[in-house]
Design a protein around this ligand. Structure first.
Ligand SMILES: NC(=O)c1ccc[n+]([C@@H]2O[C@H](COP(=O)([O-])OP(=O)(O)OC[C@H]3O[C@@H](n4cnc5c(N)ncnc54)[C@H](OP(=O)(O)O)[C@@H]3O)[C@@H](O)[C@H]2O)c1
Length: 340
């Protein structure tokens, strides 16, 4: 619903331990107007991403510069938004766009940011545009199809399997014919993975002994490891890659808040013994190729072969809570907020 004022959450205190409302201040101001080369958009849906913590956390002693977001600025987010006023040559009022905005009703943008703003193609619902077909979906798509390249029958192991990236990568690997073993942090997540994503097995790493379960489920090792955790999970699996194995480095959810940071990898030497490969990917570098991913994933979504699991909070007031949920690992599926 259009608003008469611009409601905003601005950063007021850097995060020392857990994120909460106390780190932000709720302010209301005039709705902004664009200058030449800018547009103003009403934010409809917002995404929560683990790396948001890096913008707002107090840096460790001696680590140099403070987090990326200055105090007093609206918390930064990826959003799907409707352009309401424009002095930008590429965007017109009524356009639905995907881009970098803030925890606020209305954001001013010049179309640049960590990922450039782009128009959402007609017919794509906003919740898909920001989730399964947004940056997290693109990372999953290109991580699986371009880097991991699973062959039928290969064992594909994935951590963070029930999160925004994980739920897509898990299903795409399964559709490629791989045997998929999912690692996730609760029984609710594992239930969803077994029931809806049809994985071959799911391991609740917070309740079960991960090493022991891997020995039982993958006695001959792992062909592909899609890594959303980093740290000790990555190290454990590197020691279990088999000939020609690949590790896809997507994220380090286990490390963003780790203090102290765990020691470095011990098992990477195994890559030599198995002629293995470890490769990272950065989703924003694939944004220009989103059409390829949409062309494959939209029919799968529409036919129900690919399922989008979203964990949705409603109302801008809930934005700090949404980030706290994600960072505590409570989200099942892609953590989103629908603005009110
Ligand atoms: N390379 C890129 O361009 C790119 C783009 C987007 C995202 N990513 C990365 O991909 C990964 C997944 O992102 P996402 O957006 O889909 O997030 P997500 O997986 O939906 O949410 C974060 C998850 O991290 C897991 N986690 C692992 N260790 C944790 C710990 N110590 N404390 C709390 N949670 C922990 C939790 O799930 P479990 O406990 O179930 O594992 C939590 O639900 C992240 O590392 C993210 O940074 C990379």
């Amino acid at each position: 619903m259009a608003k008469e004022r611009n409601r905003r959450w601005v950063l007021s205190h850097r995060v020392d331990e857990e994120v909460s409302e106390e780190n932000f201040t709720w302010v209301e101001s005039e709705i902004p107007h664009p200058k030449a080369g800018e547009f103003v958009a009403r934010n409809l849906w917002m995404s929560f991403d683990p790396t948001q913590i890096l913008m707002i956390a107090r840096p460790a002693e001696g680590a140099g510069s403070a987090g990326g977001l200055p105090l007093g600025e609206a918390m930064s987010t990826i959003a799907v938004s409707e352009v309401v006023e424009s002095r930008h040559p590429e965007f017109r009022p009524g356009d639905i766009v995907h881009g970098h905005m803030g925890w606020e009703d209305y954001s001013v943008s010049d179309g640049t940011g960590f990922t450039p703003t782009y128009r959402v193609p007609e017919g794509i619902p906003p919740r898909w545009a920001i989730g399964v077909l947004g940056l997290t979906g693109l990372v999953a798509y290109f991580g699986v199809h371009e880097i991991a390249r699973p062959s039928p029958g290969e064992t594909f192991l994935i951590s963070g399997a029930a999160g925004g990236v994980g739920m897509v990568a898990t299903q795409l690997a399964k559709l490629s014919g791989a045997r998929v073993i999912a690692i996730a942090g609760s029984s609710a997540k594992c239930d969803w993975l077994r029931r809806e994503a049809a994985v071959d097995a799911a391991i609740d790493y917070r309740a079960e002994d991960l090493a022991q379960r891997l020995t039982e489920l993958c006695p001959d090792g792992v062909d592909i490891y899609f890594d959303n955790h980093g740290g000790p999970t990555l190290d454990l699996v590197l020691g279990r890659l088999r000939a020609g194995g690949r590790a896809v480095l997507c994220g380090v959810s286990a490390l963003y808040r780790a203090d102290p940071t765990p020691p470095g990898l011990q098992n990477y030497v195994n890559l030599i013994l198995v002629n293995g490969r470890m490769q990272g990917l950065l989703g924003r570098d694939y944004v220009g190729r989103r059409g390829e991913a949409f062309a494959t994933m939209l029919p799968l979504l529409r036919s129900g072969q690919l399922r989008s699991k979203e964990d949705v909070l409603v109302g801008l007031r809930n934005a700090p809570h949404g980030l706290a949920r994600l960072l505590a690992g409570e989200n099942v599926g892609k953590q989103l907020l629908e603005n009110d």
